[in-house]
Write a protein that binds this ligand. Structure first.
Ligand SMILES: Cc1ncc(COP(=O)(O)O)c(C=O)c1O
Length: 375
């Protein structure tokens, strides 16, 4: 076995590059198909699906996005600081003790039950100003929200409340499957049975990316899109719109060693070289969000070539078979997600190998990794 020059890195090795120009293209692509009477609510929760909340929201606002959807209050307050004019929907069940903060920052909480609404109204009543809110209706997701049968009564309860003004009505689909349209249709049918929803007197939104892609008839007054704007799930020709991934995840080779046949690699020697080859150790591991399930099955790109992950993914390092006489050396750039030369690996491919979804792969990338914004 012989070892080449070794790269020493001062910080965690992996970093993220986000292409803001591609984000702008994605936003334009979805806006182009959305009727002018429907707004786009850009879902930027979970640090903009791992892309970084503030740079993403700022770039989106620069190309005309007015509405943003977050899960928690701290995200909303951070957004308000950089986007004084944005409309910010806080979709988690915000604690009523924060009513004053929400009024002061002009945030729109989502009411998830009659009790939650009552607490918000009571707390808002002690403040100067009115709290504008949306009501979440559970029409079949079984998660947050007032049941569709109770929605009209809950709306009536708050009709004359001076402190809490319910301006919007929303729901969320459990299943949007073009081959089984009846599942989401059932949810829409339940919503349309709510007279206020049918009348259209409140601001109505139901669709997230998949429903937006496959059901133009459900755009209502807004769609809440997340993953499609980050470039996933809408990459085929012939769909309503097409978007492209905006995030690349990269690291560097730390060391390359030439190994003979039958050379054991990694914890428990779960891989042995079938022939003489070169093993590159790269600076990423499961602590960075590189899933351990990629052990002996994932790929990365080095010098424009796909190289297999061999051995177990460890906490901070991954070993890769780069092949004999690879020319790969310490310091070479490695693409974990993204494009290099003619090859690409995207988060949905990685997700497929890990029995998960691109959302989880993207949001698992260590938030501490440097994010570089391009374009
Ligand atoms: C309530 C709600 N609306 C919209 C979205 C956006 O979904 P997608 O990323 O599939 O567009 C989410 C995402 O988790 C959500 O929880």
């Amino acid at each position: 076995m012989s070892t080449g020059h070794t790269l020493s890195l001062h910080h965690g090795g992996a970093w993220v590059e986000v292409h803001l120009d591609t984000l702008a293209d994605n936003i334009r692509a979805v806006r182009a198909v959305l009727p002018s009477c429907s707004d786009l609510i850009f879902v930027v929760k979970a640090s903009a699906y791992g892309h970084g909340l503030l740079p993403i929201a700022e770039a989106a606002a620069n190309v005309g996005v007015k509405w943003f959807g977050v899960a928690y209050l701290d995200e909303a307050v951070a957004l308000r600081k950089i986007l004084p004019e944005a409309k910010i929907l806080v979709m988690g069940a915000v604690d009523a003790r924060n009513a004053e903060l929400m009024i002061r920052h002009r945030l729109t909480p989502v009411i998830v039950s009659a009790e939650h609404g009552a607490l918000l109204a009571e707390a808002a009543g002690k403040c100067v100003g009115t709290l504008e809110a949306h009501l979440k209706v559970d029409s079949g997701m079984g998660r947050l929200g007032v049941s569709w049968q109770d929605a009209e009564a809950v709306l009536k309860d708050f009709q004359t409340d001076a402190s809490l003004n319910i301006r919007g009505l929303m729901t969320h689909f459990a299943t949007v499957e073009p081959s089984r349209p009846e599942l989401a249709s059932k949810q829409v049918e339940r919503m349309l049975n709510i007279p206020v929803f049918k009348a259209g007197s409140l601001f109505r939104h139901a669709s997230s990316s998949r429903a937006f892609l496959f059901h133009p008839e459900w755009d209502f007054d807004a769609v809440r899109a997340g993953i499609s704007l980050y470039g996933y799930g809408a990459d085929e020709d012939g769909l309503r719109f097409k978007t492209h991934p905006i995030l690349e995840w990269k690291t560097r080779v730390m060391q390359v060693k030439q190994v003979p046949a039958d050379f054991p690699v990694g914890y428990y020697s779960s891989w042995r070289s079938p022939a003489p080859t070169e093993i590159a150790t790269i600076a990423v591991g499961y602590a960075d969000g590189f899933k351990r399930l990629l052990s002996n099955r994932g790929h990365v790109l080095i010098n424009g070539r796909r190289c297999g992950v061999v051995g177990r993914v460890s906490m901070n390092w991954v070993t890769v078979d780069v092949g004999a006489d690879s020319g790969v050396k310490a310091g070479d750039e490695v693409v974990l997600i993204g494009r290099q030369g003619h090859e690409s690996i995207w988060a949905d491919e990685v997700a497929g190998l890990c029995s998960t979804i691109a959302y989880e792969v993207l949001t698992s990338i260590n938030p501490a990794a440097e994010r570089v914004y391009l374009g």
